[in-house]
Design a protein around this ligand. Sequence first.
Ligand code: SAH
Length: 292
Amino acid sequence: MSWQTITLIVPDELKDAVVGEFSNDGIAGVWERAAGGAGCEMVLYFGPASRARLVDARIGRLFQRNGYPVPAVHVGTQRKEDWSAGWRKGFTSFPLGRRFRVVPSWEDPPDGDDRVPLRIDPGLAFGTGTHETTRLVIEEMEVLDDRGTVAGAVLDLGAGSAILSIAAVRLGWTGVIACDIDPDAVAVARANLRRNGCAVPVYVGSADALARAGAAVVMANLTAEAIRGLLPELRRVVQPGGTVLVSGILNAQADAVRGEVAGGGFEVRRERALGEWVVMAAERASAGGLST
Ligand code: SAH
């Protein structure tokens, strides 16, 4: 099994735009490292069925639109087995939110650290904690936690590396379960959960496997498109008064998503942006409140 890869040097100001441009096009992951000057080398990974050559042309147009010369783009393939090795080279521990530190499996937490370690080996899955969309969800989980006890089951919908499940367990939330439609991600999620001693069940699948009103909190760091498709299921599984954290939304998509979330039986309680990305904390209207 191989990924199609696109490698190019991206100025810092365009990084979010490049990822954003392709976030709905089967982009499986992004890897970057400083390239000297104000830019980084970026590798975009696409599944075998995606059309990487069209992406190449779109990158050129995106650079031109923003007043940059068309960059040299290298289209290649990478065997899935080599993916982890690539990640390991550039991945080291870093603080996340107010309470956590992401620590790769091959490193030890720094001495005397008072942050809670999340031991992550990203393997083939998304969710190292470096991406804004993940950071925004972690920060909103901390806000929810500050507000009081999370009473009821917690669903990590689209778990990827399971970073959000591990953070939920460390916040003391109980009844955490995780799912992902990608079996590779589920395998990585299970390994990371084991690594952190977290007894969180993970299944291949999505929200439709959950009972009605089965969740007090759902973390959904997906894409605007996926969130749109899942709204009826979210409305079914989130208990009245419960919260869904939706992330993976670009600034430009926020108005539309906010309207759809509100129309789907939720009240958007909080919204925050980081770079190009927006997270929303939406509360399921209680019975007797908005439409049920
Ligand atoms: N939760 C992690 C990873 C997010 S990446 C984080 O916050 O960093 C999004 C993940 O959602 C991917 O692993 C993808 O396979 C999965 N996914 C996409 N659509 C989904 C759906 N409809 N149901 C469940 N998982 C989905």
